[in-house]
Write a protein that binds this ligand. Structure first.
Ligand code: DAH
Length: 371
């Protein structure tokens, strides 16, 4: 018996080593270890043996099974490596060949507008800041003076994250460290910036934001840009000048009229909403004109609330500032004339060809930010 098994082992290992390809190897495997395989049949005989016989034969048969299985695994690795080497050798790519067609991609209007914003605000001394899209309750709400019971939380149509919901149910959620939601606005970047940098601060924070909302002018994911200035002696006058300078540079015309309307945001006091005047040109609303035909709301802003400054560990009697938040997609629609937001995120190449920008056309103030 042992003699037979030794022969069988030799025979199988030789066949495995000689297998010329993955198919041949698989045939060896089925023959030995498959349902009807030789070794499988031997393993089945163990059940019918007496305990003494099994004590002797068990390790021998298991050893055979293991040797064959190892042999197959090794041969398989060798064959696969050889196949990959052959493929790498045959699939060469000459990177020095000229492209046979011009690049077809375009810069998405949202990316374009973000670049324009960065360019305009860099000229005013603002740096670009970023923050996570998955946020904590504290950064997205509490630190912005929106406590748990505040009605503004309901207005934000927040997407909560299961991990955060579970932590809350289990009573283990720490609102400062449990990442529990998709940020509903870019305002939490104000908090992160004030916590990580010493004032004076001048930043804009463009990025993705999320709310459970969907129609022609709302998508569940959209883009905002936040602005924050923290310094000594900052007033509403600085806010007004900054926004006027920004809107004129963005729409590339000087005859822009802004209107400030009193409003309410928990994180600013006072709060103002900013409208920009439009004129009707062939029935279409065009931003600008010294004597506006009407107003379009473009952003929310105000003087940063004392409680927000305090939440970030700064003394509100020493440091003041202004902040603003603005929808980037809406800015793009107003400037470049789209009237439906949804195709922004459909990835339709025809839309991108029509509304996209050349990748070589980088916005600069001197050449015109509008491309
Ligand atoms: N976070 C507000 C929103 O999403 C927008 C906003 C308003 C931001 C006023 C601000 C601000 O920084 O001062 O509706």
């Amino acid at each position: 018996m042992t003699q037979d098994l030794n022969q069988m082992r030799e025979h199988m290992l030789t066949a495995i080593a000689a297998a010329s390809g993955l198919d041949a190897l698989e045939a060896c495997r089925v023959e030995a270890l498959g349902k009807q395989g030789t070794i499988t049949a031997l393993l089945k005989t163990l059940g019918k043996m007496t305990p003494d016989e099994r004590l002797v034969q068990g390790p021998i048969i298991q050893g055979l099974r293991e040797a064959v299985a190892n042999g197959i695994a090794q041969r398989k690795a060798t064959l696969e490596r050889a196949a990959l080497d052959a493929r790498l050798a045959s699939e060469t790519l000459d990177m020095t060949l000229p492209a046979d067609a011009a690049p077809a991609g375009t810069i998405h209007p949202v990316s374009q507008v973000m670049d324009e914003l960065a360019e305009i605000f860099a000229d005013l001394g603002f740096a670009v800041a970023t923050g996570p899209e998955i946020e904590t309750d504290w950064h997205n709400f509490s630190a912005l003076n929106i406590p748990e019971t505040h009605p503004a939380r309901a207005m934000h149509d927040t997407f909560y994250i299961q991990q955060g919901i579970d932590a809350k149910a289990a009573g283990t959620a720490d609102e400062k460290t449990t990442f529990s939601l998709l940020r509903t606005h870019t305002s939490p970047v104000q908090i992160r910036t004030m916590l990580s940098q010493k004032p004076p601060i001048r930043i804009i924070a463009p990025g993705r934001t999320y709310r459970s909302d969907s129609d022609a002018t709302h998508t569940p994911m959209f883009h905002q840009v936040e602005g924050l200035v923290i310094d000594k002696g900052i007033t509403l006058g600085h806010l007004k000048w900054t926004l006027e300078t920004f809107v004129k540079a963005f729409f590339e015309r000087d005859d822009i009229v802004l209107r400030m309307r009193p409003s309410y945001f928990p994180f600013t006091e006072p709060s103002v909403e900013i409208d920009v005047g439009y004129t009707l040109v062939k029935g279409k609303r065009v931003v600008g004109g010294a004597e506006p035909d009407g107003w379009l709301e473009i952003l929310g802003s105000g003087m940063v609330h004392r409680k927000v400054i305090e939440a970030c560990g700064l003394d509100p009697d020493e440091w003041q500032g202004f902040a603003f938040g603005c929808g980037i997609d809406r800015l793009a629609m107003l400037k470049y004339g789209m009237d439906d937001l949804r195709p922004f995120f459909d990835g339709d190449i025809r839309w991108l060809k029509h509304y996209g920008f050349s990748s070589l056309d980088v916005p600069t103030l001197s050449a015109g930010v509008g491309a």
